[in-house]
Ligand binder design. Structure first.
Ligand code: ZN
Length: 451
C-alpha cells in the first residue's frame, strides 16, 4: 500500500490541505452510525456469510469503527473472521471468541463463504445399494430391507408422450413426500421419494420418448428414500405437480427453448464486490472484482442485442453496499436479479461452478417464488457447466444478502474458483469469460422462454 494512497486532498473554506483517508472515514462514520447488528451465535464462518481474511501482520481489532476507538486485540495474517456489518471503510467482524470487533477494511479481503456447501449427492454414490447375500441371485439394489420396509408402496410409473412432451406419472398408495434435482454430464433428473417402497417397480423402465431414454430406480436407507433417475437425451425442463390427493406425482418434460424470451425483459446484473472490496484474490494476482465486472459487461452486451433492458449495480470499479444493490433492482422493477461472482476456498484443490438461490419456507415472500428462483438457477447452472466444463457443484440454496433482499427471482453465480490455480488462469482468459457470459445469457433466455 503506497503512503500517498492513504491521503486525500480536501478543501475547507478557502484553504486546501491533506488529510489521512482513515480520518475521513471516521468523520463519515459519525454522520452515519452503523446499523446495530447482532453478532452470530458463534464465530464459525457459515456458508452465505461474508468472511474477512486478514491481509497484514498483527493488525489491531478495535471496539468501534475508527482509530480513535480502543484496541480490542490483535489478529495475524490469514485469520478468517465472519463479517457482521460495515461502516464506511471499517468492517465489524465476529472474533474467534465470538465477540464483535472492528477492523480496517483496507487490511482485509472478502470472500463469500469459507466452504462450498455439500453438493447434491450424486446418484452413483449410493447405487448399487446393499450387497446381495452370496448366491442369493438377487439384484444388488433390490434386496429387501429386513429391518424396515415403508408402508407406502410405489404402485405405478406410467410414461407417455404427447406433442414432443414426455409425461411420467408416479403413483403411490400413500401421500407422496418428494424432492427433485438435476444433474448434468450426462443430463439426468432425479426424484427422491421419502418412505416409499419400490415393491414391484422394475429397476429399469425404458421410456424411448424424444426426451427420456429410461428411468432407473433404486433406494437407500436411513432415511429410507426411493430414487427415480430419469436419463435424459438432452437438457430438458421438468415441471413437477402433485395431485390434490397427494398420491400421484406428474413430471412434464419438455424441450428447453431459447427463442424470444428476452425481448422487453428487465434484467438486473450485479457484478460482485468492487472498489476497495476486491473479493477473492488468486495466487497470481487475479482479483475477483475485475473478473466479475468483465463477465457482467459481456452478459449485458449479449442480452441487449436480444432486446432485454439491462441494469447494473455497478458498471465500473466502485464499491456498492449489498443492500444498495438490491434496493436499486427493486426500485427498477427488474424481472430477475443476477449476481455474478467467482469463488474461493482455503483448499486450493477445490474447483467448479455453482449457482445459488434462496427461497426458505420461513420467508413467505421468497418461498412463493421458489419454483421461479430455482428454475432460474438451474437454467443458468446447466448452461454454465455445459459451456465451461468445470466440476458441477450444483444448484444450492444460501442465505446471501442479495438473494434474501431482492423481491424478484434472484441468483448468485460462482463461475469458478480464483483460489484454484487452473481456474484462476481460465478466469483470467478472455475466451473463458466470453463463454461464461454467453452461457449466463443463454440460461436467462431459457428461463424467460420457459415461463
Ligand atoms: Zn464474491
Amino acid at each position: 500500500m503506497s503512503q500517498s494512497g492513504d491521503w486525500i486532498k480536501v478543501q475547507s473554506g478557502s484553504t486546501t490541505g491533506w488529510v489521512a483517508n482513515w480520518l475521513v472515514s471516521v468523520q463519515a462514520v459519525q454522520n452515519t452510525p452503523a446499523k446495530p447488528a447482532a453478532p452470530p451465535a458463534n464465530s464459525a464462518p457459515v456458508p452465505g456469510i461474508q468472511v474477512a481474511v486478514i491481509n497484514a501482520d498483527n493488525i489491531n481489532l478495535r471496539s468501534g469503527p475508527g482509530t480513535q476507538h480502543n484496541v480490542a486485540g490483535q489478529v495475524s495474517r490469514g485469520v478468517r473472521l465472519p463479517v457482521i456489518s460495515r461502516s464506511g471503510d471499517w468492517v465489524q467482524v465476529s472474533r474467534e471468541n465470538g465477540s464483535p470487533a472492528w477492523v480496517a477494511g483496507w487490511l482485509v479481503s472478502f470472500v463469500d463463504q469459507p466452504e462450498p456447501p455439500q453438493p447434491p449427492q450424486d446418484d452413483k454414490s449410493w447405487l448399487p445399494g446393499p450387497q446381495p447375500e452370496p448366491g442369493s441371485g438377487q439384484e444388488p439394489t433390490r434386496e429387501p430391507d429386513k429391518e424396515y420396509i415403508p408402508e407406502a408402496k410405489l404402485v405405478d410409473v406410467q410414461i407417455s408422450e404427447q406433442s414432443d412432451r414426455t409425461y411420467i406419472n408416479i403413483v403411490s398408495d400413500h401421500d407422496i413426500e418428494y424432492n427433485t434435482f438435476t444433474l448434468s454430464n450426462p443430463f439426468r433428473y432425479v426424484v427422491n421419494l421419502r418412505d416409499v417402497y419400490l415393491d414391484k417397480t422394475p429397476e429399469i423402465i425404458p421410456a424411448g420418448t424424444n426426451l427420456v431414454q429410461q428411468v432407473r430406480t433404486g433406494f437407500s436407507k436411513d432415511p429410507y428414500i426411493s430414487r427415480l433417475v430419469l436419463d435424459l437425451k438432452q437438457a430438458a425442463r421438468v415441471k413437477v405437480s402433485l395431485s390434490s390427493d397427494k398420491k400421484a406425482l406428474t413430471l412434464e418434460i419438455s424441450k428447453i427453448s431459447y427463442s424470444d424470451g428476452l425481448a422487453g425483459k428487465n434484467v438486473f446484473l450485479d457484478a460482485g464486490h468492487g472498489g476497495y472490496d476486491n473479493g477473492a484474490s488468486g495466487k497470481n494476482g487475479l482479483r475477483e472484482k475485475d473478473v466479475n465486472l468483465d463477465i457482467t459487461l459481456k452478459v449485458a452486451e449479449i442480452l441487449r442485442k436480444q432486446g432485454a433492458n439491462v441494469f447494473f449495480s455497478r458498471s465500473d470499479d466502485t464499491f456498492i453496499d449489498l443492500y444498495e444493490r438490491t434496493r436499486m433492482a427493486n426500485d427498477q422493477s427488474a424481472d430477475v436479479f443476477v449476481s455474478i461472482h467467482s469463488n474461493a476456498n482455503p483448499n486450493t484443490a477445490i474447483g467448479g461452478t455453482s449457482t445459488y438461490y434462496y427461497a426458505p419456507p420461513a420467508i413467505p415472500a421468497l418461498y412463493e417464488q421458489r419454483d421461479d428462483r430455482r428454475r432460474l438457477a438451474e437454467d443458468v447452472q446447466r448452461e454454465l457447466v455445459g459451456a465451461l466444463g468445470r466440476r458441477d457443484i450444483g444448484v444450492l440454496q444460501a442465505n446471501f444478502a442479495v438473494l434474501r433482499t431482492s423481491i424478484m427471482p434472484s441468483i448468485l453465480i460462482e463461475t469458478a474458483f480464483v483460489s484454484n490455480a487452473e481456474e484462476e488462469a481460465l478466469l483470467g482468459a478472455e475466451d473463458f469469460r466470453q463463454r461464461a457470459a454467453e452461457a449466463i445469457a443463454r440460461g436467462i433466455s431459457a428461463y424467460f422462454s420457459g415461463q
